[in-house]
Ligand binder design. Structure first.
Ligand code: MG
Length: 204
């Protein structure tokens, strides 16, 4: 009788532990599923002085071109092929792509037709030209950036080309808060953690 009672109690404890373990597993699965199913937020990224160092291209121009295009240097043919990436931009973008849908959203000078082509080639050169590469067919040229709908727009000129009418959050690159890519990646990673946490809690 005594032995039976001990055995019964052990059985109840075993069943209770098993039930709790199953419930915990189901909860973990639910969190993982909601995080996996959730769409990544969309981030648009400007090129000049955000991904691309504009001045590095100007510095490489011949003196005769600098003189010929003085006052509208952005119209110099071939200028946009000469530029270096901004420090830390390429590494930062590779980090962010796991958490965000990234697109380039840039303008190209209206009176410099080679700029449009040079920018496309620049993106292929520094980010690759395979389907799996981060900006493959994700390059948008527009003088009306407000027409693109997404969650974030990273731009160094918050009042030009419709940036101030963008429907999501504008991140002012080069500002006191975001002087460079390190600060920006830290901010966006933290935002992503907060959003995932909120999303998971709302679903449960
Ligand atoms: Mg810019």
């Amino acid at each position: 009788m005594y032995d039976n009672s001990i055995g019964w109690r052990k059985f109840l404890i075993f069943t209770k532990n098993k039930r709790e373990k199953t419930m915990k597993q189901e909860r973990d699965n639910q969190i993982n599923n909601t995080m996996t199913c959730k769409k990544k937020p969309i981030v648009f990224i400007d090129m000049d002085n955000v991904i691309v160092d504009f001045q590095s291209g100007v510095d490489r121009l011949k003196d005769q071109d600098k003189q010929a295009y003085e006052g509208h240097i952005e119209d110099t043919p071939g200028l946009f092929a000469l530029m270096d990436p901004i420090s830390g931009a390429i590494e930062a973008i590779q980090k962010l792509r796991d958490r965000y849908e990234l697109y380039i959203l840039s303008t190209a000078p209206w009176d410099n037709p080679t700029a449009w082509c040079d920018k496309l080639n620049w993106v292929k050169k520094y980010f690759g030209n395979n389907e799996t590469d981060v900006f493959y067919k994700r390059l948008i040229f527009s003088h009306h950036k407000n027409l693109c709908h997404g969650d974030y727009l990273i731009d160094d000129r918050p009042h030009k080309h419709g940036v101030d009418q963008f429907s999501g959050e504008v991140i002012h690159f080069g500002s006191e808060q975001f002087p460079g890519w390190n600060e920006l990646v830290k901010y966006l990673m933290e935002k992503n953690r907060e959003e995932n946490h909120t999303h998971s809690n709302n679903k449960l």
